[in-house]
Write a protein that binds this ligand. Structure first.
Ligand SMILES: [Zn+2]
Length: 249
């Protein structure tokens, strides 16, 4: 690690939990962020600034005016442009790692390919169909997943760690097939709540990559901005989970 890198990341290096070893893990890691909305904007900023070696940013969408209150990478000039392109412009020079763009809607084989390439995946998408597909690809390839979601004034976050399979996966939380696609465009969202959860998501990603502290690998954290409460629920594998459990024959 050269002098500039040591200086740049001295704040992290000074943490007894992190040290040089933890920072080296960050600077050699490949992370995939799926979705560059309210969550992904914040996740991408902190992961880039924390020196992630290769940050892949996936989003097929263009910026719209209604994105601006919470999607902090963009401004009025960005409307109509690909979110990935604007994000790259905004993130250039803030970190020491590489930024890689995936300007397509990831699904099927392409999703699995991108997940397999990454050491860790952050799901910052805004719909159940994508979250289920990302979870399934992560379980299939044994990649840790940090999944977060926000709606109205509440948010949730969890970590699915292949090393702790008995804690289950994202799909275990939704035993019934739930196709209700409640997007914030329909239900509303308090802008900074996306920032709160995005910051928590970047924090958990860094903890998992650096191998420090206690990530939410066995719990679901729920945050409610109405009364600023948060609580954690213990998670267990659903023995009938179609993704991570062996189904009875
Ligand atoms: Zn499961």
């Amino acid at each position: 690690m050269d002098d500039n890198t040591l200086l740049r990341h001295s704040g992290h290096i000074l943490l007894p939990e992190m040290g040089i070893v933890g920072v080296q893990r960050l600077t050699t890691a490949r992370v995939l962020v799926i979705g560059l909305g309210g969550l992904g904007s914040v996740v991408a900023v902190y992961l880039a600034r924390s020196g992630i070696g290769e940050l892949s940013l996936a989003d097929h969408d263009v910026v719209s005016l209604s994105n601006l209150p919470r999607q902090i990478l963009y401004k009025e000039d960005s409307v109509g442009l690909f979110k990935t392109h604007v994000a790259e412009e905004m993130l250039r020079g803030v970190g020491s790692g590489a930024i890689r763009l995936v300007s397509e809607r990831l699904a099927g084989a392409r999703l699995r390919e991108e997940v397999a390439r990454a050491d860790l995946v952050c799901d910052a998408s805004d719909n159940f169909a994508t979250r289920f597909a990302v979870n399934e690809a992560c379980v299939m390839h044994g990649r840790p997943l940090v999944s977060a979601a926000v709606i109205r004034l509440v948010g949730q976050i969890l970590v699915v760690d292949p090393a702790q399979a008995d804690a289950g996966c994202y799909r275990c939380l939704y035993p019934e097939t739930d196709d209700t696609n409640e997007a914030c465009s329909e239900s509303g969202i308090l802008a900074p709540v996306a920032g709160v959860l995005g910051t928590l998501q970047a924090t958990e990603a860094i903890k998992v990559i650096a191998g420090i502290c206690a990530p939410l690998t066995r719990e679901l954290l729920l945050f409610d901005a109405q009364d600023m409460s948060s609580h954690k629920i213990r998670r267990h594998r659903d023995p009938l989970c179609p993704v991570c459990a062996k189904r009875p024959s």
